[in-house]
Design a protein around this ligand. Structure first.
Ligand code: ATP
Ligand code: MG
Length: 429
């Protein structure tokens, strides 16, 4: 073999290894199940969209559009971007396919998102989100449903160390009124602002409240709060949402400084935060975006959604003691010697024909029985099927339970599928 130079993985983009993929699948399956139980269906959107889509929806003066997008031109000069989030693509897809003409939509989407951020624990350049959106629903009941769905997730996973933070951003008009007093306040405290915030003061002052710089904390703490400037309809909407949540027994913490990093939010915004993950403590975040569909060329359509970071969810689940073993085969077929290996191959195919979905691993390691059994044990299999010279002559296999003291038995090939089916049936009862 030639000694080629190793190709390094890309910074901030992780491989999910077999030892962890079972945990991922478990969480993804649970999320799909919960979304399905509320009547949401999957909508898959491309990983790449026109750059313009994200510029127009997320907003020019956001971290994502200003400095985090993976943008490039395709061979035809078309400006494209790897999706940094799913909402924009979902709204685009709903408009493209007329899914909002006299209809409402409840959908979810999952997959990798891409943001050029500084990689650190809980913050990656390719990360996975599970994303849920309801389009066409104006009422606070749907806001409550969104939050209840995520609360159900914590319940199912036995995670208690999360807190729901809630705020209302009001309508664009009430936000404008708030914006004015905010600009006035921060202009009076200009000396206390960092460079980022000074720039935001000109272009997007609300985002100053979203600053992660600890030196900004004091000046932010003294700023006027949006709650005092809410229009009456938004205030009613917010109060009604809180009543729904109270009725469902979901505790809330009001955080009038929660503004979220994206421009398109209106009224309800929320985050689930935890102190178990260090600096990247937001596991799930969402909000209402009543203006976005129209902004992207559709008819005015109220909508709300949330997105959850799967890496952070998995870390949190682990930190709370949750463990999921990777799926293991139930059988491992060990052949000893060349003729037996050929017979074993055919036998294994026959068993897979007879029992679709059966987890059967063919031990292709060679060596004697002892080595084969050691590998079978490591594979996690329930049973070893042993096919040696003697068994081959008898057209039988030795069935050896690996996880119990049950004695081994010899079973003729013809009877094997039937006996395994009965055994697996008993095992799953
Ligand atoms: P943050 O303030 O942590 O940057 P954000 O407001 O940019 O988060 P959203 O766009 O709301 O995040 O994304 C929703 C969720 O996706 C986040 O709460 C987080 O769990 C996850 N997430 C966002 N960016 C990343 C990333 N770079 N790496 C891993 N997970 C991420
Ligand atoms: Mg971010």
């Amino acid at each position: 073999m030639s000694g080629g130079r190793r190709i390094e993985p890309i910074r901030g983009m992780a491989d999910v290894l077999p030892a962890d993929s079972g945990h991922w699948q478990f969480l993804e399956q649970l999320l799909r199940e919960i979304a399905g139980s509320y009547g949401y269906r999957e909508l898959r959107v491309p990983v790449v969209e026109r750059t313009e889509l994200f510029r127009r929806s997320i907003g020019e003066v956001t971290d994502i559009v200003a400095k985090e997008m993976y943008s490039f031109e395709d061979r035809n000069g078309l400006g494209l971007t790897l999706r940094p989030e799913a909402t924009a693509g979902i709204v685009r897809a709903c408009i493209s396919h007329g899914l909002l003409h006299n209809q409402k939509q409840k959908v979810w989407c999952t997959g990798p998102m891409f943001r050029y951020e500084r990689p650190q624990k809980g913050r990656y350049r390719q990360f996975y989100q599970f994303d849920v959106e309801a389009l066409g629903y104006p009422g606070p009941d749907i806001d409550a449903e969104m939050i209840a769905m995520t609360a159900r997730l914590w319940g199912r996973l036995g995670i208690e160390s999360v807190q729901l933070q809630l705020n209302s951003l009001g309508t664009p008009a009430s936000r404008r009124a708030y914006r004015e007093v905010l600009v006035e306040y921060f202009s009076d405290h200009r000396a206390a602002l960092d460079a980022d915030s000074r720039e935001r003061l000109e272009r997007n002052p609300l985002r100053i409240l979203d600053s992660k710089n600890p030196e900004m904390a004091a000046v932010i703490a003294g700023a006027p709060v949006i709650t005092d400037y809410l229009d009456s309809e938004s205030a009613e909407h917010f109060a009604a949402l809180r009543e729904f949540l109270d009725a469902a027994g979901i505790p809330q913490v009001l955080n009038p400084r929660l503004v979220r990093g994206l421009d398109y939010y209106t009224r309800t915004v929320f985050e689930w935060v935890t102190d178990r993950l260090g600096a990247q403590g937001t596991v799930c975040a969402g909000g209402r975006y009543d203006g976005l569909v129209e902004q992207l060329g559709g008819r005015p359509t109220p909508a709300i959604g949330w997105a959850l970071g799967l890496e952070r969810l998995l870390e949190l689940h682990r930190a709370c003691g949750g463990e999921v073993p990777p799926p293991s085969p139930s059988l491992c077929l060990i052949a000893i010697g060349e003729p037996a290996a050929r017979a074993a191959f055919g036998l294994a195919e026959g068993l897979r024909d007879a029992l679709p979905g059966l987890g059967l691993e063919l031990d292709c390691g060679g060596g004697g029985l002892k080595k084969g059994l050691r590998r079978a044990d490591r594979s996690g299999a329930e049973l070893a099927l042993i096919l040696g010279e003697e068994e081959l002559a008898e057209r039988a296999v030795t069935v050896k339970p690996l996880r119990s003291a049950e004695p081994q038995r010899r079973v003729p090939w013809e009877a094997l599928a039937q006996q395994l089916a009965e055994r697996l049936q008993r095992g799953s009862e």
